[in-house]
Design a protein around this ligand. Sequence first.
Ligand code: SF4
Length: 85
Amino acid sequence: MNKHSDCENFCAIDAAKGICRLNGEFVLIDTAVCTEFEELPKCGNCQCFTQNDKDGMGSCSGFKKEYWSAAENRAVSCEGYVGRC
Ligand code: SF4
């Protein structure tokens, strides 16, 4: 399920809530997203990422050598990022 914290338009205030940049409204992270949802490039949303544990730590296979990564890492400038379809 998509979360507001996975959206390009979301600006976090704390661990539970934030503001939508499109409409200026407060949103709770765990509530349903709207039709304007735009997936944020981050490791957890990349096809090269395999999550290994409950804390979001996993492995990246996007480069020659596999390496550890965290699902919440931003991937805006990552050359290996491949978004999920
Ligand atoms: S309300 Fe929609 S556009 Fe705004 S942050 Fe949530 S999913 Fe993104």
